[in-house]
Design a protein around this ligand. Structure first.
Ligand code: NAD
Ligand code: APR
Length: 263
């Protein structure tokens, strides 16, 4: 049995199966990764996007965030064959959840498309099949009243000079993403950690696996006895601890994996 078949067989026979994805799965959709050649952190200073800076200098934070947002999400982008394969596996009952570090919303788009347009409410409570560990960059949230809103009109107001943009209640809006120095949404990371512990098979896909606590999910799954796979174009710090490593493009390997699982 080749190792992709090993993963397919493990998924087919699993009671619980989950994946963790990172920026690599959205790279073929045209969204830059954070690290590596020409990554976002080559062009921007990570230290400017902390929660501490947002609190002490919301105007400067928002001015920089607009540039980051444009660099990451300024183009047209849509789910690719990798997102689609995972969404189909989830819809067809083979995957319990897709945990993602990405804030681009593409797994949610793929999940909705796989269900012929059925909508999916903002998933911030750890329910549902797409767990956005670092939030969603298409939304903003008021830091006073907690109200979540569609981001685009608020980003447009900020681009027109309203820095920082504020809510009707007078509170400052924050992009609805987890900043450095900020806690992950508790219910979401707790569900992801339970899934990793309970999974019979767990895949880490397109993530450098260096940012905690997400980076520990594959190890947590491995130490609970899961069959664990890493799919990445480059090596990761987790490779030595897992059962299968595939150094391949997500858009090639994930549709093949789906085919093997569902054949
Ligand atoms: P870090 O990644 O160095 O680690 C923070 C520490 O706190 C880790 O040891 C982690 O295990 C622990 N921790 C944090 N929240 C936890 C939780 N809810 N439950 C259990 N343990 C928790 O810290 P950081 O540099 O402050 O980054 C915090 C997070 O914010 C990172 O995961 C990072 O990826 C994320 N982030 C997201 C974006 C984005 O735009 N999506 C940008 C920057 C940072
Ligand atoms: N197929 C498979 N893997 C790919 C592909 C591809 N087509 N393209 C890139 N990769 C891999 C790269 O080799 C790299 O290891 O995807 C990985 C992307 O890593 P990062 O840019 O570090 O992204 P990620 O792991 O998601 O970062 C985690 O760090 O800055 C924070 O909050 C931010 O959520 C982000 C977190």
């Amino acid at each position: 049995m080749d190792d992709l078949e090993t993963l397919a067989e493990a998924i087919r026979t699993a009671d619980t199966a989950a994946v963790l994805t990172g920026a690599g799965i959205s790279a073929p959709s045209g969204i830059p990764t954070f690290r590596g050649d020409d990554g976002v952190w080559d062009h921007f200073d990570e230290g400017q996007f902390t929660y501490g800076r947002f609190r002490s200098d919301p105007e400067g934070f928002w001015a920089d965030r607009l540039e980051l947002q444009e660099a990451m999400f300024g183009g047209e982008y849509e789910p690719n064959a990798g997102h689609e394969a995972l969404a189909a596996l989830e819809r067809d009952g083979y995957l319990d959840a897709v945990c993602t570090q990405n804030t681009d919303g593409l797994h949610r788009d793929a999940a909705v498309a796989a269900r012929d347009g059925e909508t999916d409410a903002p998933n911030v409570d750890g329910e549902g099949s797409v767990l956005e560990l670092h939030g969603n960059a298409r939304r903003v949230r008021c830091t006073d009243c907690g109200r979540r809103r569609e981001g685009e009109p608020i980003f447009a107001r900020a681009a027109d000079g309203e820095l920082p943009p504020t809510c009707d209640c007078g509170g400052v809006y924050k992009p609805d993403v987890v900043l450095f120095g900020e806690q992950l949404p508790g219910a979401v990371i707790q569900r992801a950690q339970s899934l990793a512990r309970e999974s019979d098979v767990f895949l880490a896909i397109g993530s450098s696996l260096v940012v905690e606590p997400a980076a520990s999910l594959p190890r947590r799954a491995a130490s609970s006895g899961a069959t664990v796979g890493v799919i990445n174009l480059e090596s990761t710090p987790c490779d030595a601890a897992v059962d299968v490593v595939r150094r391949e493009d997500v858009t090639e390997v994930l549709p093949r994996l789906r085919e093997l699982v569902e054949s």
